[in-house]
Design a protein around this ligand. Structure first.
Ligand code: DC
Length: 227
């Protein structure tokens, strides 16, 4: 099969390095990188902007009709537009993470974001990162990887990222936050964050970004040869 048409599903919990590694793979291979978490974060931002509480499920469902969300690419980088405006780093704050986790539990929210993701999946030539890509969005992806690392390793990475951005969160806060989000993502009824039956499990505590990317690219080469 044509390497450029591959569909790569990269799932796993937060802090596993999915987006960094997926970006690196996209850079090295020319596949389009789709960050699906950004979509849930944007729904969370929409709820925040409309002063709807994260636990107000009906309130959030009520906002979906007026949700105007689009994905585009600028210089090879995914940009999410909310009502025509790029959301930028507004979706990267700890509050936005908390909201994203809450809204992603709501089946109506997942349904609303389904077509957008399915359209991209159908075109092929994509590496998508998320939680349910191998199970729901691209069940027929040629390559499926469930990438994770231990909780302390993931929390430390996220803590260093937030520090670099000048955000005041302590390591303990980041750890507690991540543990709660892990539980939410894993235990929710709709599209929980669990590996697809045919996914390769990759625990990357001891792998750097480059090594992780190269390992997944080797799986992609093998899949392209075999199909
Ligand atoms: O990958 P991320 O941290 O940006 O994701 C933000 C939240 O969205 C996270 O709590 C899990 C959820 N999510 C999801 O439920 N399904 C996806 N495909 C991607 C993210």
């Amino acid at each position: 099969m044509d390497f450029n048409k591959l569909r790569v599903a990269l799932d796993g919990p937060s802090g596993a390095g999915k987006s960094t590694i997926a970006k690196k793979i996209a850079e090295k291979t020319g596949l389009v990188y789709v960050d699906t978490g950004a979509l849930y974060r944007t729904v969370g931002l929409w709820a925040m902007q409309n002063s709807v509480a994260a636990d107000d499920t009906n309130g959030i469902i009520g906002l979906l009709d007026s949700l105007d969300i689009e994905l585009t690419w600028r210089d090879g980088t995914q940009v999410v537009l909310l009502a025509g405006e790029a959301v930028g780093d507004k979706i990267r704050t700890p509050d936005a993470s908390f909201y994203a986790s809450a809204v992603s539990k709501i089946p109506e929210v997942r349904q609303k974001l389904l077509d957008l993701q399915m359209d991209l999946a159908e075109r092929g030539g994509v590496i998508m990162d998320g939680r349910d890509i191998g199970t729901v969005i691209m069940p027929r992806a040629e390559v499926k990887v469930f990438m994770t690392a231990t909780l302390p390793a993931r929390a430390k990475r996220r803590y260093l990222e937030l520090q670099a951005k000048g955000l005041p969160d302590t390591y303990e806060e980041v750890l507690a936050d991540m543990e709660a989000r892990d539980r939410n993502d894993r235990e929710r009824e709709t599209a929980p964050c669990v590996p697809a039956e045919d996914a390769v499990l990759f625990v990357n505590d001891d792998y750097g970004i480059e090594e992780s990317a190269d390992y997944i690219i080797s799986l992609m080469r093998k899949a392209a040869e075999e199909k």
